[in-house]
Design a protein around this ligand. Structure first.
Ligand SMILES: Cc1cc2nc3c(=O)[nH]c(=O)nc-3n(C[C@H](O)[C@H](O)[C@H](O)COP(=O)(O)O)c2cc1C
Length: 794
């Protein structure tokens, strides 16, 4: 229970100051733990010895759609929300008329492995069983709890030993176990499998857990296999201990609650002994006689060689866990709790918590200020009644009325209010905490969706890493060769069949040389499908015309893929439609060529680029410079000059993109691109590639034999975003690092070298690249550069 977690903890360790916060980073050089408290205040705690006790957190990145559609179970609050959601779905099913939809609403899926995922599946089954007597739909149709277990991949010896008994217990609990089922994607309503099958689901729970990363300030993030000695000390540091064993990190190891207590005691003792100059003691896992495997009322327990199950096992497992919890009062309370559970069945009325209690109602008078620009931002608000206005720098920017939401914090605005909100009339507002709002919005649950649909301003979408909900995408493409009507209808038939499985609808029209297609469905699925379709050799020049996200309704509900092949007819109208498509395709291609790739990417994802906030990100910036144009104007005719500039820009852009970079801008005959911070070697290789190709071009075109080029690479914080005026807006990059890269490129070019890099880039580059310092290669470096390295001639 939420209230019991932190409070008894304080009572158990009375001579300790307890600070509850979110770990931001560990500054191991200055021995500081930097934590963020609930009110967003950053605090620094000095340590002599640091003991880290990790708990597993959800692994959200494994399957497409998992982050968006599977509920996490990281905290007590998550567990309570899942319980509430299960009951909401039962309630929904009770009023649903379509029986297939009822079955979907009453199907639950748990993804994960081992004891934890099994226990969650059993728990959900128990909730449903307890609800059975109150809901006729459960009595009539039953329910399904599916457990998708990646067993075998990560299970420990102990779990392997228990697997047969566990399967029996799960079966008794009403859980359907699926082993090694390869889930390929998840949507709001379905799980999709590698064999093309799908499973309708009402709720998916992500119980795939992993150890979190440790954010060290100087040593970087440590994740997975930490190197630990047998005294539980992290080997890289002298004074940091961790309550894990190297063995348990390297191989799947079953960790009992009592092992956790032992690990804590051992790490604590060794940290203390180290600080006092005493000898540390190696940690050794004990072999306990009673080994519990907790699955609620279907628990198992090994007593030596005997495995017992059901209530006695549940009693023994709880008893052993209880014995490891200190404090008599707490133990007594837990025992009373158990007797109550044993004596009385769970009552559905007790289970149903009122969500409205989370929302606090506030009353304001006309003229009251809810918050002012620059205030620390903590809460979000929903307007129940009344009118408000939102002001920015003294100017009114919008009105708010009943049903509107405001005050949510954008990640980019660093928790300061960017607006002032004032009441125009008396108002009733509901208060929602940022945490709750974000959790709801991110959860992908219906409530989150409802809030998103209610919200009127676009900027709120920035709260999500990926846009949730339905996507509608339209494209035109050009046929690669003439196709018969039958061949086109065959594409439609296969598409329709496939799309129905993925819950995708739409229309495919073929007119003369062109295809026009609309696809609508879950965003993740549609993106993956378009990616696949664009690789189809039957057509080319796939040009996305529009991409709408968070669509509320489908336009083509009845068809998996309605296909119309118009090309066989000579009708004048069709000729006109054909020409129209051709024009659209050509003009979009032209727009595509005039637009920066980064911008094009946003447009194709359906994001309005003007709403993207300015970003500051660490990047490797690469610049390629051709001989100064002012010198070339005198040597060449304009036409000749354009040929060499185009060739240079083309060679550089192609090489940069090929090696994973993004072309950001052209400035005269200079190309600027950027790579992510860990791609130094790819950036160097891209420059070498472009230089070699340009040399070949020059060698084949003797007219340009005196045109030189040089490349520069710098690393640092780059600013990216919309910069410009009301007349012309550019999506561009700038910053000191960009200037530095350009200057390095010019330096290399003017000294007839291929590439010059800054010191930071040199330090990150692989040893296989050979660099000279500017001094040894007799290059005059302007004073503004600390140290410059030039790539040695191969
Ligand atoms: C213009 C065009 C539109 C297509 N639309 C779809 C579609 O909506 N859904 C689909 O599954 N396949 C579509 N396809 C076919 C896919 O590219 C692919 O051939 C098909 O999905 C079979 O893939 P598989 O062999 O991997 O199962 C389309 C192909 C073309 C040329």
């Amino acid at each position: 229970q939420p209230g019991n977690v932190v409070n008894p903890f304080r009572r158990i360790i009375q001579q300790t100051t307890v600070v509850v916060g979110h770990l931001d980073s560990i500054d191991e050089q200055n021995q500081l733990v930097i934590a963020k408290r609930k009110n967003n205040e950053l605090i620094e705690l000095h340590y002599d010895s640091l003991i880290i006790a990790l708990s597993q957190k959800s692994n959200i990145a494994t399957i497409p759609g998992m982050a968006a559609h599977a509920c996490l179970i990281d905290s007590v609050a998550d567990a309570l929300r899942i319980r509430q959601r299960v009951l909401d779905l039962v309630e929904e099913a009770e009023f649903e008329e379509d029986s297939a939809e009822q079955v979907r609403l009453l199907s639950f899926a748990v993804l994960g492995f081992g004891e934890c995922a099994s226990a969650i599946a059993v728990e959900i089954s128990q909730i449903l069983r307890a609800a059975e007597s109150s809901y006729t739909v459960l009595q009539r149709l039953g329910w399904q709890v599916h457990l998708f277990d990646e067993q075998g991949l990560l299970s420990s010896d102990f779990e392997n030993k228990m697997s047969i008994r566990r399967a029996k217990s799960l079966k008794k609990a009403g859980v359907i176990e699926h082993l090694h089922e390869d889930i390929t994607s998840i949507t709001q309503r379905h799980l999709f499998f590698a064999n093309g099958q799908s499973q309708p689901v009402g709720l998916v729970i992500n119980a795939a857990l992993q150890l979190p990363t440790l954010p060290f300030k100087h040593a970087g993030e440590l994740s997975g296999a930490f190197a630990i000695n047998d005294k539980l000390r992290l080997l890289a540091f002298n004074n940091i201990w961790i309550t894990e064993t190297e063995k348990s990190l390297a191989h799947a190891q079953f960790v009992f609650t009592r092992d956790r207590v032992d690990l804590g005691c051992s790490a604590g003792f060794n940290a203390w002994a180290h600080s006092q100059g005493y000898a540390s003691r190696p940690y050794k896992q004990k072999n306990y006689v009673i080994k519990p495997y907790t699955l609620g009322q279907y628990s198992l327990c090994c007593l030596g060689w005997l495995v017992i199950s059901g209530k006695p096992a549940w009693f023994f497992s709880r008893l052993t866990n209880l014995l490891s919890v200190p404090g008599l009062e707490r133990n007594l309370r837990i025992i009373i709790d158990w007797f109550l559970v044993l004596a009385f069945r769970n009552d559905i009325a007790v289970l149903s918590q009122a969500t409205s209690s989370k929302l606090q109602m506030l009353h304001f008078k006309a003229g009251d200020e809810i918050f002012a620009q620059g205030d620390a931002a903590e809460m979000a608000y929903a307007v129940d009644s009344g009118q408000l206005k939102v002001l920015q720098d003294g100017r009114k920017i919008r009105d708010l009325g009943p049903g509107d939401y405001f005050g949510e914090i954008m990640p980019t605005h660093e928790s300061k209010r960017i607006e002032t909100v004032r009441c125009v009339t008396d108002c009733e507002l509901k208060l929602v905490s940022q945490e709750d709002l974000k959790a709801l919005l991110k959860s992908g649950w219906l409530m989150g969706k409802a809030i998103r649909n209610l919200s009127t301003h676009k900027a709120e979408h920035e709260l999500f890493e990926e846009p949730l909900g339905m996507k509608r995408l339209t494209y035109v493409s050009k046929l690669n060769a003439v196709m018969t009507q039958e061949e086109i209808l065959e594409i439609g038939r296969i598409s329709s069949e496939n799309n129905k499985k993925r819950d995708v609808t739409g229309v495919l029209i073929s007119v003369r040389d062109y295809f026009f297609q609309v696809l609508e469905g879950d965003a993740v699925i549609v993106d993956a499908l378009v990616e696949k379709i664009s690789r189809d050799p039957r057509h080319n020049e796939v040009t996305i015309l529009s991409a709408e996200t968070a669509c509320e309704e489908r336009l083509f509900t009845e068809w998996g893929m309605k296909t119309v092949a118009l090309s066989e007819s000579n009708d004048l109208m069709l000729l006109a439609i054909g020409m129209m498509l051709q024009n659209i395709a050509q003009s979009y291609n032209a727009v595509g060529r005039y637009t920066q790739p980064a911008l094009l990417k946003y447009l194709m994802e359906g994001v309005n680029p003007l709403t993207i906030p300015i970003k500051s990100t660490e990047k490797i910036v690469v610049s390629g410079s051709m001989t100064d144009l002012s010198g070339l104007y005198q040597t060449f005719f304009t036409k000749e000059l354009v040929v060499v500039i185009n060739a240079y820009l083309d060679i550089c852009s192609t090489s940069f993109i090929e090696y994973g970079g993004q072309v950001a801008k052209y400035a005269d005959a200079c190309v600027i691109a950027h790579f992510s911070p860990d791609e130094v070697d790819a950036a160097i290789a891209a420059c070498v590639d472009a230089e070699t190709k340009f040399k070949v071009f020059v060698a084949n075109n003797s007219l340009y034999s005196r045109v030189l080029c040089g490349f520069g690479i710098a690393s640092g914080i780059m600013i990216e975003g919309n910069i410009g005026s009301s007349v012309k807006m550019d999506y561009t990059v700038l910053g000191e690092v960009v200037d530095q890269a350009v200057n390095l490129g010019v330096l290399a070019r003017d000294n007839d070298r291929r590439l010059a890099v800054s010191e930071a880039v040199h330090n990150k580059a692989a040893d296989s690249w050979c660099f000279d310092t500017a001094t040894t290669s007799a290059i005059a470096v302007p004073e503004t550069f600390a140290q410059v390295y030039v790539l040695a001639d191969s």
